[in-house]
Structures are given as structure tokens and as C-alpha cells.
Design a protein around this ligand. Structure first.
Ligand code: AMP
Ligand code: ZN
Length: 488
């Protein structure tokens, strides 16, 4: 079985050859923790969670590193005074590290809700300032970077003059880039508009600042990923992932930094996940076209007619290939919910099937397994894999209706293969027990009792009900339509 991965660098599906046989080093750009992650961000992290799970299932030993950007990510205009953290600090009247902590906790909570596995290492930019200063020094020494007014910039023209190719990932050529740049950042400091900051001098208003050989400042966003990925995975590693929008300039700059520092391309396979759209428009905080994960799960939003369990959201996401755009809609979610119930029902039926070793089955388990693995190893094609899982679902319903038969050996094999794909690889959760009617009825009684306690101003009791349920992983949410609950 050969794993094929679409490599954004070569724009081709390639046979995956890890540097060290049987091992994979994978780095994925993490969130900038200055606000809550929206559902679009979740899609990208979920895509890589599926890839991570698939690699493990295929027998690889994976070291998965996903960073936390907790410093130095400027807003799009590049103005130092518009550092995302500094802005949010002013808005929320909190310390920068309080902002970082608040949104890191939220990020973990959200990913946990969607059953994402934690990475093996989760380094932070602020924890790697020394490494970033060292890399900057090395780039100055080798002539790829220059200091200007307390900031340090990467010299893109020098990089190209040495036969390297800035633009190789995003397929842009440098003349075109120069012609289209209206970069306000570092005006008058940079030799060329495409030069990017490795280190930025901190303005007096800038609270997140560190000492460096060039005065007080903070690291550039692109440099942090080079520092952390190469520290934990080596100067060249197997897979680097992130959302499509990070290809340029972020990943282009990472390639340039890596090549300039170590003389070798830092990454063998670049993987880019496509965007989540809503109403056919990219989900993004800046345009207001976004929904927070909790809003979808609790039903408190204006886009969806009902609430959806996180695992249904996960199932919906995985029905699109990670390289395709996915438009989330009420209809898509309802269809996913229906499909998911059928899948769970089939798994339940499978446990009550009596095998028959006398009769020949019309379903070839071996062929089916081959098709599933072909889909998985064909650049992690989750929609095709899911389509094959539904062939098995159809067969299971035929078994139930006595229209098909299965041998003892095949029954065990089908059970274990299906369970592995559904729960380990796709990472779905069986919510049937959680959703069972009895639990729902019991919770409705508790919600009613809490409402009565609040009405008679017995807040001690009403808080106790809420807190004790929360301790059991059941969160009560008071909204416009009354109180609902979420099972965490
Ligand atoms: P950020 O915190 O802004 O760096 O974003 C975290 C991750 O979410 C990055 O990999 C982005 O590419 C990704 N991302 C941002 N918007 C979307 C979207 N609408 N759909 C999918 N991924 C997104
Ligand atoms: Zn990054």
C-alpha cells in the first residue's frame, strides 16, 4: 500500500517517502490566540487531525507539532501599533498574557469538543524567543538579512540573486510581486517592499517586547514557525500544513528562511487545507461572515434552524476532501445528521447479526477493504472513504433483512474495520447514549427545578444545579428560547 500526498510545492500527487522509514514529522501552523477561533479555523485543524489519525492508522509513528502564536502577528496593514495582541489588550483591558491564556484555553476546549487529538508538542512563540534571535543573527551573518533602525529584514532580492527562488510555493514571480505591493509596513526601512521582518523594533506603545542585539522588539510571525518546526523536527522534515491562505506570504517566507539558514528546503511535503465558506463567502472574522463553534452546537445563531452535536459537524466537514472548499449550510448539516444516524444504526445492527458459514456472501470484504484503504491513501480522500463505508452500511441493512449472509470470520473483520475507520480514523463519536431519551427527560426535570429555584430567588440551589451538572460535563446555556444543555 502506497500513500500518495498532494504536495503544494510541486502541485502534484506524490508517493510519500518519509525521511526516516516508518516515522513522520508533521508541523501545522496553530492559531493566533487573540480571539475565539471561528468554525473556519476549526475546519483546518480538523482536516489535519484526520490526516494525523490516518497516518497513525497506517502504521506511522508520528511526531505532530502544532504551535500557538502568542506574539508578533501583526494585523494585515503591518502597522506595529496594530499588533493583534496589543489591540485586544486595550479592548478587553487585560494583560497580553491574560489574552493569550484566555484564548488558548478556549482553543483547546473547542478542539476537544470536536474530538481532535492533541499534538505531541505544542510550542509557543514567546517560549522560543532565544531560538528566533539566534536564527536572525545567523541570517545577518550569512548576508540574507540586514538591520535597519532596530528592525531586521530578510533580503528577498539577495535570496534570488543567489539562485534561490522566492515565490516557488505560491508560484508568484518576484517582479510581479514588486509591482503589486502596497506595503506600508517598514516604509523607508526596507531595501525592497517584499522584504519581510524577522525582528521588529517595538514602538513605545508596544507592551510585548524582548531584549535583542538590535534593541527591544518582538519576533516576526514567519520566523517563529521556522524556529519551532526545525527545533523539534529537524532542519528538513516531512510534512508542513496549514490553511490555503497561509501559502503566501507565511509559508513562502518559511521556505526562504529555511533555505537561507540551512541550505536545504525545510519541508518535503507542503499540505494546504481549503477554506470553509458560509453563504458561499469565506468564513472570516473581519467580514463578519462567521459563526463560533459554540453557537452552532448550542443553536444560538441566526444561520441554522437547530443545534447540532459536534460530531455531526465533524462528519459534515469530513464529507468534503480537505483540498476542496466546503460551504456549510443548514441543509448540509441536516443531511449529515441523517447520514450519521444511519451509520450508527448500522454499527448497532452489526452487533446482533448471526453469521452463516454455509452460504456464500454477495459482498466481498477484501475488495471493500481495499477500496477503503485506496481512498485513505489517495491523499486522504475522506469523502470517498465515507462513500465506501456506506456500501458496508447498505450491506449491513441487507443482512438484517436476511437478504445477505456473512461468515463468522468476515463478521469479526467487518466489525473491527468499520469501528476503526469510524472512530479512530474519522474520529466520530457515538452520541446515541448521550442523546438517549431518558437522559434528555432527566435533564429537562433538572432545568425545570432550577428555573423554579431562580423564580423563588433561591440562587444557591439554582447555582448548585448548574455547577454540579457542569462538573459532570453537562453545560446549561440560558438563551432567548429558554435553557438548553450541551454535553461536553
Ligand atoms: P489564524 O489564527 O488566523 O492564524 O488561523 C488559524 C488557521 O485557520 C490557519 O491555518 C488559517 O489558514 C485557517 N483559516 C482561517 N480562515 C479559515 C476558513 N474560512 N476556513 C478554513 N480555514 C481557515
Ligand atoms: Zn506558521
Amino acid at each position: 500500500m502506497q500513500l500518495k500526498i498532494y504536495n503544494s510545492l510541486t502541485a502534484e500527487k506524490e508517493i510519500f517517502k518519509p525521511i526516516l522509514e516508518g516515522n513522520v514529522g508533521m508541523y501545522v501552523c496553530g492559531p493566533t490566540v487573540y480571539s475565539n477561533v471561528h468554525l473556519g479555523n476549526v475546519r483546518t485543524f480538523l482536516s489535519f487531525d484526520f490526516i494525523y489519525r490516518s497516518l497513525i492508522h497506517l502504521g506511522y509513528k508520528v511526531r505532530y507539532v502544532r504551535n500557538i502564536t502568542d506574539a508578533g502577528h501583526l494585523t494585515d496593514d503591518g502597522d506595529v501599533n496594530n499588533d493583534r495582541f496589543v489591540k485586544q489588550t486595550r479592548l478587553e483591558k487585560l494583560e497580553p498574557m491574560e489574552i493569550v491564556q484566555k484564548y488558548t484555553v478556549d482553543f483547546h476546549k473547542v478542539l476537544d469538543m470536536f474530538n481532535l487529538l492533541p499534538p505531541n508538542i505544542e510550542p509557543t512563540a514567546t517560549g522560543h524567543i532565544v531560538e528566533q534571535i539566534k536564527l536572525t543573527q545567523k541570517l545577518i551573518e550569512t548576508g540574507f538579512a540586514y538591520e535597519s533602525n532596530g528592525s531586521v529584514y530578510f533580503d528577498v532580492l539577495e535570496y534570488n540573486a543567489r539562485g534561490l527562488n522566492y515565490g516557488e510555493l505560491s508560484k508568484r514571480n518576484i517582479e510581479e510581486l514588486f509591482a503589486n505591493t502596497r506595503d506600508l509596513d517598514g516604509q523607508g526601512e526596507k531595501k525592497n517592499p517584499q522584504d519581510f521582518a524577522l525582528w521588529k523594533k517595538a514602538s513605545p506603545a508596544h507592551i510585548m517586547r524582548w531584549n535583542s542585539p538590535w534593541g527591544e522588539g518582538f519576533p516576526g510571525w514567519h520566523l517563529e514557525c521556522t524556529a519551532m518546526s526545525t527545533k523539534y523536527l529537524g532542519e528538513t522534515f516531512d510534512i508542513h500544513g496549514g490553511g490555503m491562505d497561509l501559502k503566501f506570504p507565511h509559508h513562502e517566507c518559511e521556505i526562504a528562511q529555511g533555505k537561507a539558514c540551512n541550505g536545504a528546503s525545510p519541508v518535503n511535503y507542503w499540505m494546504h487545507a481549503n477554506m470553509l465558506t458560509m453563504n458561499s463567502q469565506r468564513m472570516s472574522k473581519s467580514t463578519g461572515n462567521y459563526i463560533l463553534p459554540m453557537q452552532l452546537v448550542s443553536g444560538e445563531n441566526d444561520f441554522f434552524e437547530k443545534s447540532f452535536h459536534p460530531t455531526i459537524v465533524r462528519f459534515c466537514f469530513l464529507q468534503a476532501h480537505y483540498r476542496s472548499v466546503l460551504d456549510i449550510s443548514n441543509d448540509a448539516m441536516l443531511a449529515s445528521e441523517k447520514g450519521f444516524s444511519r451509520l450508527m444504526e448500522a454499527l448497532k445492527i452489526l452487533n446482533s447479526i448471526t453469521p452463516n458459514d454455509e452460504k456464500q456472501s454477495g459482498f466481498s470484504l477484501e475488495d471493500w477493504k481495499t477500496k477503503c484503504y485506496d481512498a485513505l491513501t489517495d491523499d486522504f480522500n475522506s469523502p470517498v472513504l465515507i462513500a465506501h463505508l456506506f456500501e458496508a452500511v447498505k450491506f449491513i441493512f441487507a443482512l438484517k433483512d436476511d437478504k445477505e449472509t456473512i461468515s463468522t470470520k468476515d463478521l469479526e473483520d467487518l466489525k473491527s474495520t468499520l469501528n476503526a475507520f469510524v472512530f479512530d480514523v474519522l474520529g466520530l463519536q457515538n452520541i446515541e447514549e448521550n442523546n438517549n431519551e431518558k437522559l434528555d427527560q432527566t435533564l429537562q426535570v433538572l432545568i425545570e427545578l432550577r428555573n423554579q429555584a431562580r423564580k423563588s430567588k433561591n440562587f444557591d440551589l439554582s447555582d448548585q444545579i448548574r455547577d454540579k451538572l457542569l462538573a459532570e460535563g453537562i453545560e446549561l446555556k440560558d438563551g432567548r428560547e429558554g435553557t438548553t444543555y450541551v454535553l461536553n
